[in-house]
Design a protein around this ligand. Structure first.
Ligand SMILES: [Zn+2]
Length: 142
């Protein structure tokens, strides 16, 4: 963090600041739904330099990323809705994440992967619809 502003410790911040974890609940829920559709995948595969997909369908060269709404700047639930003493710092951090996501999507695409990015909130709202987005990608490349 190159900013000279200081993080102020808050109770919310303590868990939010932790690095993105693997096998989040939306990720696991989506994988189950995709599995029920008869698709087989591998989890946490590196698909390009410094780019690890949450899961991949190697047969179709599809890479799926599940984006947490807060960390990845969901238009409906992203950091712009964050309040509190660290709001500006969060915005900066999330902007960095969004830029990295775009870079990773391009890198994966350049390596021949079809990238599907799914918001955490899409999965929470309707996991079958979210799984269908993966199926759609399969039908386009199959
Ligand atoms: Zn969202």
């Amino acid at each position: 963090m190159s900013s000279d502003r200081q993080w102020i410790s808050t109770r919310e911040g303590a868990h939010l600041r932790a690095r993105r974890v693997r096998d989040t609940q939306p990720e696991v829920t989506l994988r189950s739904a995709v599995h029920r559709c008869g698709l087989r995948f591998r989890v946490h595969r590196t698909v390009a330099s410094r780019t690890t997909a949450d899961f991949v369908l190697p047969r179709y060269r599809i890479a799926v990323f599940v984006d947490g709404c807060f960390w990845h700047g969901c238009p409906d639930h992203g950091a712009r809705h964050f309040r509190g003493p660290n709001a500006a710092l969060w915005k900066e951090k999330i902007a960095t994440n969004v830029a990295r996501d775009e870079r990773n999507t391009m890198a994966a695409g350049a390596a021949g992967w079809t990238v599907v990015r799914i918001w955490e909130c899409e999965i929470r709202a309707n996991v079958d619809a979210a799984a269908h987005r993966v199926l759609d990608a399969v039908s386009r490349v199959a």
